[in-house]
Design a protein around this ligand. Structure first.
Ligand code: SF4
Length: 405
């Protein structure tokens, strides 16, 4: 049989029990009716969009959000059933579901496993209850621990824990404590990002230097609590935490394989690695982005438009829901290949560049490569160009040089 091309599928579930104060993802609480309408439309979309990707085999599926685990278990089972019915899914596909520690029950986890899900990604963010409260999370550290145990008891052997550093009021000691407590549980994968204060979030009102506060509806009491939050750690402290993450997780046996991602050997997230190395992906659900055959597009982000869309075939679907189709130029594809690939510690494949673009990487980027090598920020090893430790620390600068005019 002819080898099919690899595809990744992302399914967006936009609901969360409560909105976190720093979150700018496309997510909101949503009532039971909204969740019902959404799942029904998503099932339709899953069926219709499958006809675009007949020549692909699905290597990874990621149910993300939002918080997929706030949906009824039967909805998740139905979504998985529809995916299996309409797509060619590789027998060893990596299938991840994101869960919020405040929303996972044993029956649900067992049902996820039975539905074919084999990886769980848990948002812990901090092992300190005060910091969790500042972030607006709905769970305590203790609740996370119980959920983590349940995930293991349900039989999941591939688990990610998400962490955030540079939280309001956080000290390096507190961050070290979060790292250690997490590593002691031995999840297979840890993602550790620094907090970014995004526009349109309550945190932006508090920390974005805005005098006018308009982005969120809040009760006076909520606003008072927001404004009373402690300051963010300063730049030096944030830097200290960044180095601490690297060193502390290395000591605990985690290999840093991407700027902010760490894994035990063999447990790198295949879905994300695929994304960073240019594998095509199909996004299903509200606002989900896709990248197929060099073309990028996304679904509408408007909930009402999504659930009320009518489509009986692919053409009607595109008409109703697809937005901003953009065919990337060769230059943009080259830039993206470098930006995304250099996030990985193994770097970008020289051979992969030739296969994709029909010319050598040095032909296009020889000058930049020489400069970065001279500066000690880039190295060439085993057919890959990768940023050095210092290069990763200065990744914004290093990557900016790969922009083509
Ligand atoms: S649980 Fe995640 S997606 Fe939902 S509001 Fe919090 S950070 Fe955002």
């Amino acid at each position: 049989m002819m080898n099919k091309k690899k595809l990744e599928i992302y399914v967006h579930i936009p609901f969360c029990a409560k909105k976190c104060a720093y979150c700018d993802f496309l997510s909101f609480p949503g009532n039971m009716r909204m969740r019902r309408e959404y799942t029904d439309k998503l099932l339709e979309e899953i069926r219709i969009q499958s006809s675009f990707v007949r020549e692909y085999q699905v290597d990874t599926i990621f149910l993300g959000g939002g918080t997929p685990s706030v949906l009824d278990v039967s909805d998740i089972t139905a979504i998985m059933g529809a995916l299996k019915e309409h797509y060619d899914i590789a027998p060893d596909a990596e299938i991840t579901i994101e869960v919020n520690p405040g929303t996972v029950k044993m029956e649900g986890l067992v049902a996820y496993r039975e539905a074919g899900i084999n990886r769980v990604s848990m948002g812990l963010q901090s092992a300190d209850d005060t910091e969790l409260r500042y972030l607006g999370r709905i769970h305590t550290y203790d609740e996370f621990l119980k959920s983590f145990q349940r995930v293991r008891m349900a039989g999941f052997t591939n688990v990610n824990v998400d962490l955030i550093s540079a939280i309001p009021g956080q000290t390096p000691e507190s961050w070290r404590n979060t790292l250690k407590k997490t590593a002691m549980l031995k999840p297979e994968h840890i993602s550790a990002y620094s907090l970014i204060v995004e526009e349109g979030t309550p945190f932006y009102d508090r920390y974005g230097g805005h005098v006018e506060m308009e982005s969120y509806e809040m009760s006076p009491e909520e606003r008072r609590r927001l404004m009373a939050l402690p300051d963010l750690p300063d730049e030096d402290t944030e830097r200290e935490m960044y180095y601490m993450t690297r060193n502390c997780l290395a000591e605990q046996g985690y290999e840093r394989y991407e700027i902010s991602n760490y894994a035990r050997p063999g447990f790198e997230c295949r879905h994300n690695v695929g994304y960073w190395t240019g594998t095509g992906y199909l996004g299903l659900g509200l606002g989900a982005s896709s990248y197929l055959e060099g073309c990028r597009f996304h679904n509408t982000s408007d909930f009402q438009s999504y659930v009320s869309a009518h489509f009986d075939d692919e053409a009607e679907f595109c008409q109703a829901l697809r937005q901003d189709m953009e065919q990337l130029s060769v230059k943009s594809k080259m830039e993206e290949f470098m930006f995304l690939g250099l996030r990985l510690t193994r770097g970008v494949s020289a051979e992969g560049f030739i296969t994709r673009f029909g010319q050598s990487i040095r032909n296009v980027y020889g000058g930049v490569i020489d400069k970065l090598e001279r500066e000690g920020l880039l190295e060439h090893k085993n057919g890959y160009y990768h940023l050095t430790e210092r290069g990763l620390d200065l990744s914004n600068y290093a990557m900016s040089l790969f922009l083509l005019d």
